[in-house]
Design a protein around this ligand. Structure first.
Ligand code: AMP
Ligand code: MG
Length: 417
């Protein structure tokens, strides 16, 4: 019996702990990290009541009867610019000309936008054509964030709007969760680096670089180790080096049942092997264990298998070490845009595009699902989940899909003429 994807995820995540390590990053370097602490507003935001329009700060009662036929004429007492509070009290029958963002004096209780007014008396007065209710166009002190309240929760991803909030609150160095150091290890006699010439029988080490990027995307700090040949001693040496300097080891290749697949035996000799083989296609030989107390994920060598198992097991592991409880991606049930006829004996994660047609999202599984076929990752936003021994499926049938992104979805062409 192979372990289910869910049981394997549970077993792996159970063996991991949030690292709890904190870094303090300047705001310009905080993007992409997770907040390491709750953030409480130290001030009211906005810090003073101000106007959201260019116009005239008034007493609402003074303009209560204003209409197009009978405008109320007010005398302009002065002009208030953003950044320049005035301290004079607003006199009855008067108004202040005021610019967006400028502090509204406490004696005014509404702003009439400039578009509702006409100049009178050569600009010394203004005729107001509409009444303003109290509070109109005022941004009240503390209405966005009230001093003393928790406005951001620990674990929040630092996106552009969140970084803007922190700047607003005067947090210039952000407590962020330190990304775990993730060792990238490649095994295989046949591997050459992208800048090395290929000799007969060799291929390029693509996994190291794909996994490096995937680790980054997942919020980890990738650390590239030199590839190891299919030799137990070479692999052992790399694993020891990595385990003593990193928080998580991710290797690719050498975990299957070939004569020269040594990764499992090396893990066993240096620590313990917790699981091997999962009911998943591609990626069955996935391996998890510990080397010198450092967790190790042994991914299969085929480039697609390595990335699918990364998505299903390594990304959740990295997010868990980061303390992100919201690591699961949404699974959405979507109709097929084309037939899918492959029937497999394991749960199949099928690289699929997402299409919009007539306002509905569709799954478009790629043709060639071979686990060494890298071109069918192109444009992929979802992994369609086909249960074992099911199918074939037809256009319009609905299947669950793990939503990876929406970055390749194009607008619905049928609506554009
Ligand atoms: P293995 O898991 O070692 O049996 O490898 C399975 C397949 O993946 C073989 O065709 C390997 O040549 C290929 N492979 C292994 N490691 C890599 C790698 N780092 N980059 C690209 N292909 C790889
Ligand atoms: Mg190999």
């Amino acid at each position: 019996m192979l372990l289910s994807v869910e049981d394997a995820q549970t077993a792996i995540l159970k063996a991991l702990m949030p690292s709890g390590k904190v870094l303090h990053q300047p705001l310009t370097e905080a993007y992409g990290y997770l907040l390491a602490e709750d953030i409480t507003a130290r001030d009211d935001i906005p810090p003073f009541t101000n106007t959201s329009m260019d116009g005239f700060a008034v007493r609402a009662a003074d303009v209560a009867t204003a209409s197009r036929e009978h405008p109320v004429v007010l005398t302009i007492q002065g002009t208030i610019r953003a950044g320049h509070p005035v301290h004079d009290a607003l006199k009855p029958g008067h108004c202040f000309k005021i610019m967006t963002g400028a502090p509204v004096p406490g004696t005014a209780d509404a702003v009439v936008p400039i578009e509702w007014t006409d100049p009178v008396g050569g600009g010394t007065q203004v005729a107001v054509r509409q009444p303003a209710s109290p509070g109109l166009y005022l941004r009240q002190r503390g209405e966005d964030m009230a001093r003393g309240t928790r406005v951001l929760q620990k674990g929040t991803p630092l996106t552009a709007p969140v970084i803007g909030m922190l700047a607003t609150l005067g947090v210039s160095r952000v407590p962020v969760v330190a990304p775990p150091k993730v060792a990238i290890l490649s095994t295989g006699d046949e591997l050459r680096e992208p800048d090395e010439p290929l000799t007969p029988g060799t291929i390029r080490n693509s996994n190291a670089y794909a996994l490096y990027a995937a680790v980054r995307e997942a919020g980890g700090e990738p650390v590239l180790f030199p590839k190891a040949a299919d030799d137990p001693e070479a692999i052992r040496q790399r694993f020891v080096d990595a385990a003593t300097s990193c928080d998580l080891l991710v290797s690719s290749g050498g975990v299957s049942v070939g004569d020269f697949d040594y990764v499992k035996s090396v893990i066993e000799s240096l620590g313990q092997l917790t699981l091997w083989r999962v009911n998943v296609k591609p990626g069955k030989p996935l391996t998890f264990g510990h080397v010198l107390n450092t967790p190790v994920m042994g991914l299969p060598g085929n480039p697609v298998s390595a990335l699918v198992t990364f998505e299903l097991f390594v990304r959740p592991a990295i997010r868990t070490i980061l303390g992100d409880l919201n690591w699961p991606r949404p699974v959405v049930r979507l109709p097929l845009a084309r037939d899918f006829t492959l029937v497999e004996d394991r749960r199949h994660y099928v690289r699929s595009r997402l299409l919009v047609s007539d306002g509905t999202l569709y799954l478009w599984p790629h043709d060639n699902q071979g686990s060494a076929v890298q071109t069918s990752w192109q444009d992929v936003d979802a992994l369609m989940i086909v249960p074992e021994h099911t199918g074939p499926y037809h256009v319009g049938d609905r299947l669950d899909a793990l939503l990876l992104s929406l970055q390749h979805v194009r607008p619905d062409a049928s609506h554009i003429s």
